[in-house]
Design a protein around this ligand. Structure first.
Ligand code: SF4
Length: 449
């Protein structure tokens, strides 16, 4: 069971010496309880207290790393069942699957796609994460050749090697260098050989069983063989089975009722009746590694967008850096539009401004990532903030006029902004979609005056 802050506090030395970086032992205890500090930061803990605290404050789901370098996939370390309770930390790695019966050219084309494709959304680059190679031929040599075709592209993508036969795994591992591929999968029949390979190459290992008892037993067996970095494949035959098994695994893991289930979950969406639905379920319901056939552009965009939404911290709005942003090449007569630094507001408005084809300036003020309506209601958007932003970003040096367009929802502030800044305030539309018409009609009239 996880300890509460007061239970943790009782185990601390209570010196209030600040050496851990916190002002008191109690604040350190609260951080430990929230999983935001490490017990090693307190130098005065004895070994017994350290062992007790370490076990109870460590995330209930183990962190597992797949691959190496820039495209490394980190999964696990989750603490909650529902995202709104705190946040989900490590987004699932979505991995495109190829077979060793495909030609080297086909395999190379899929590899290049995962290497190069990106989708930029709300200022973040979204990508797929790796390549899974399946030994459908049954031949170790064909499997090794397929892995070599992936590696030849020098994509540095984390590989997943899917083969029941340890001899095929061994042949393929020769081509993976130090890339720590994820090996799929250890079963009750082959776990000793698979553990031996995982240990020899320092790889994480998927264990596969259709029952939770089977997974627990395999975890114990693999740990006894010396392999700690494990991923659980609950082997669902239907989407319903996936939901019930992955939910049970997450519940039993985060309550620490069955610590052996405290590992990331693997889902082969390509092996289900409906890949796109399985992919969406996996993203929302606890899968940490999802294998899929290469996706068409529409489903690819949907999957990346869904994953970004689910794995955004609900307590931290995505923010833009405050500043003066140019849309097109604005001159001294270009309009200045003030708005908040909530990313969704910024990118939505920016898109409509680009479509309007009227070059302009966007003055982005720091409302701690709140939207216009919320920032106005909370007092986070006010005349002082706008005045300071005008000065800080030297807006008066960029334009010859003194007119500013503010969002429609900020209209209650218009008079106070005029008083504080000396600028004329024009109230724009509430809906960003109407900004193009507004600039073509209202701004042009204002400019002519
Ligand atoms: S270092 Fe240890 S004793 Fe000192 S304040 Fe932090 S928790 Fe307390």
């Amino acid at each position: 069971m996880a300890l509460k802050a007061l239970d943790i506090y009782k185990l601390l030395p209570k010196k209030n010496c600040k050496e851990c970086g916190d002002p008191t032992c109690l604040t350190f205890a609260m951080k430990l309880a929230g999983g935001k500090a490490d017990v090693d930061l307190c130098p005065y803990l004895d070994d017994q207290a350290k062992a007790m605290l370490g076990a109870s404050t460590r995330p209930p789901i183990r962190l597992v790393r797949i691959g190496f370098g820039e495209r490394l996939i980190k999964v696990g370390e989750e603490n909650v069942l529902y995202r709104h309770e705190k946040t989900f930390y490590h987004p699932p790695g979505i991995v495109f699957k190829v077979d060793d019966t495909m030609s080297p050219e086909e395999i190379a084309a899929v590899t290049r796609r995962v290497r190069d494709d990106t989708l930029t959304r709300v200022g973040t680059e979204l990508r797929f994460n790796g390549i899974a190679i399946e030994n459908t031929s049954g031949s170790p040599e064909a499997f090794a050749n397929a892995v070599a075709a992936v590696e030849k592209e020098q994509a540095h993508l984390p590989p997943i090697l899917i083969a029941k036969n340890p001899a095929a795994q061994s042949a393929a591992l020769v081509h993976c260098g130090t890339y720590r591929p994820l090996l799929h999968a250890a079963t009750a029949e082959n776990f000793r050989d698979m553990c031996s390979l995982a240990k020899q190459h320092g790889c994480p290992l998927v264990i596969r069983s259709a029952t939770l008892d089977g997974l627990v037993q395999l975890v114990r067996n693999c740990i006894a063989e010396g392999v700690q970095d494990l991923v659980l494949d609950p082997r669902p035959a239907t989407l319903g089975e996936y939901i019930s098994r992955s939910t049970a695994i997450r519940q039993l893991a985060i309550t620490r009722a069955v610590p052996e289930l405290g590992y990331p979950v693997y889902l082969d969406a390509a092996g289900t009746c409906c890949q796109d639905a399985a992919l969406a379920l996996g993203i929302t319901r606890y899968a940490s590694v999802i294998v899929t056939r290469p996706l068409m552009p529409g489903p690819a965009k949907a999957a990346l967008t869904l994953r970004q939404n689910i794995y955004t911290d609900p307590q931290k709005p995505i923010q833009m850096t405050p500043g003066l942003y140019r849309v097109g090449t604005p001159d001294k007569n270009a309009p200045v539009l003030m708005t908040v630094n909530f990313s969704l507001t910024f990118f939505t408005l920016q898109g409509y401004l680009e479509s309007s084809r009227i070059p302009c300036y966007m003055l982005i003020v720091d409302t701690e990532g709140l939207s216009v309506l919320t920032a106005v209601a909370a007092g986070k958007l006010n005349e002082m903030l706008v005045r300071d932003a005008l000065k800080k970003f030297s807006v008066e040096e960029e334009v010859s006029h003194r007119k500013m367009i503010i969002p429609g929802y900020a209209s209650p502030l218009s008079g106070r902004i005029e008083e504080a800044t000396g600028w004329k305030v024009l109230v724009g539309p509430r809906d960003a979609a109407e900004i193009g018409d507004y600039l073509h009609e209202e701004w042009q009239k204002e400019k002519a005056q």
